[in-house]
Design a protein around this ligand. Structure first.
Ligand code: FES
Ligand SMILES: [Fe+2]
Length: 436
């Protein structure tokens, strides 16, 4: 039985978060060659930038579709709705166990192929053939036409012409990606790069217990992504949630300095540690202690065996968290020692808004206590995210005034600088190609 402990952490526990090697101020930003000046911020509200960003970034990158756990056997499928690109992507696991992606559009007269009660909503299930609700055309799991109702009435139909329209699809470590280019400029492996690819040794496949939360957010997608790639804001936005000394000694006590950053091409990563990486540390929240669980996961996680070489690339002691931001809009957060992970997706819906999806993945619980501990983590993560979403909502309203022209990023915000740098580079290159 866990006892409830209302006291805050000791000074020694709180200090533990700072006991990681860190370089002198300015070092990361210099080392990554990103410049130290203010970064233009109109990429977060300018409608023209947004239109070009769709083409330059989202139609030219490998994008995250979902996890293999969403396609557990032959014939299973799910759709992903991307209204900002006027797109519904249909992922199907074929009889050969290959995952394929198609435009979710019937080739007869263009009706939406797979949907349930509302055509704008996502759909999933299992089937042997995919049947259109309008005139009954059917397609096999490889996307080939398998039935045309009253076929002799048609003129010169060829199977090739009426097969489902393919989208490039590749799988890495159980993460399903798709690419909208006619001919992708890189394979998925080239796009991710070898350092990211190495993370595949982590046993993601053991974590099949999934919790999903999604929400519209009133900010440009990059603003919320920025909030998850720096801890500079934590003592203020999350002062009563995560700052272990906050209740007792004030929010400025623990600065949440991140010990290590990496950039891998357009992707980036930070490693964090501290008391939350270790067992037996008390949370300032009574319910966390009651359920033996908190934001960083259940205190008694299952054994998942070796985690491989790809995670914790800095090899720091007291490893707490790996946060990988994969270009353009996917975060993978792996909680060291707590043995679970989550993904954040930020899908634009306009220059000023986006749709935020987070999936939390755990080893399936074996009893009610483990299930409740997982749910307490889910609730804590949701509270954190609501606080971040509130902060960036206020930011969106303010920065549109144009009063401030650039982000002033400190060295601890270097990863946010890196994201805007690459997004702005890609849009600039696209505009050059078009002679804009
Ligand atoms: S639109 Fe699909 S069968 Fe007619
Ligand atoms: Fe936050």
């Amino acid at each position: 039985m866990t006892t409830i402990d209302f006291s805050a952490l000791t000074e020694a526990e709180a200090a533990g978060i700072q006991n990681f090697p860190k370089p002198a101020p300015g070092t990361w930003t210099e080392a990554f060659g990103l410049g130290k000046g203010p970064v233009p911020l109109d990429d977060c509200y300018d409608p023209d930038f947004y239109e070009d960003e769709k083409e330059a970034v989202f139609r030219r990158s490998w994008l995250f579709g979902g996890r293999m756990q969403q396609l557990p056997r032959k014939g299973t499928y799910f759709t992903k709705e991307l209204p900002f690109l006027n797109l519904s992507v249909l992922f199907v696991r074929g009889m050969d166990d290959t995952v394929r992606a198609f435009h979710n559009v019937c080739t007869h007269r263009g009706n939406k192929l797979m949907w349930d009660d509302y055509p704008g909503q996502e759909s999933s299930g299992a089937c042997r053939q995919m049947a259109c609700k309008y005139h009954g055309w059917r397609f096999d799991l490889e996307g080939e036409i398998s039935y045309v109702h009253n076929a002799p009435e048609f003129f010169d139909l060829t199977a090739e012409d009426i097969a489902l329209k393919k989208i490039h699809c590749e799988v890495w470590a159980g993460f399903i990606f798709f690419n909208l280019e006619e001919t992708p400029r890189a394979t998925l492996r080239e796009f991710l790069g070898e350092d990211v690819w190495k993370m595949e040794t982590y046993p993601f496949e053991k974590m099949t217990q999934r919790y999903v939360i999604e929400s519209p957010v009133n900010s440009n997608w990059k603003l919320l992504m920025d909030a998850f790639q720096e801890l500079y804001h934590v003592p203020y936005v999350h002062s009563k949630m995560n700052n272990p000394s906050g209740l007792a000694t004030g929010t400025d006590k623990v600065p949440f300095m991140m010990p290590k950053f990496h950039v891998f091409g357009k992707h980036r990563q930070y490693t964090s540690g501290g008391p939350h990486a270790n067992f037996g540390v008390r949370s300032p929240r009574p319910l966390d202690n009651f359920f033996g669980s908190a934001f960083y996961g259940p205190e008694s996680p299952p054994d998942i065996g070796p985690v491989g070489d790809g995670v914790n690339p800095s090899k720091i002691d007291g490893w707490g968290l790996d946060s990988w931001q994969l270009y353009p809009n996917l975060d993978i957060l792996i909680w060291g020692r707590r043995n679970w992970y989550l993904t954040y997706e930020y899908w634009p819906t306009s220059a000023d808004t986006h749709h935020f999806i987070w999936n939390l993945w755990f080893v399936p619980p074996t009893n009610a206590r483990e299930r409740l501990a997982q749910e307490q983590t889910v609730l804590s993560v949701r509270e954190f995210a609501i606080q971040d979403a509130g902060a960036v909502n206020a930011m969106q309203v303010a920065l549109k005034s144009g009063a401030v022209k650039g982000f002033q990023f400190c060295d601890q915000e270097v990863l946010a600088r890196h994201l805007h740098h690459h997004i702005q580079n890609d849009v600039a290159e696209y505009r050059r190609e078009l002679g804009k």
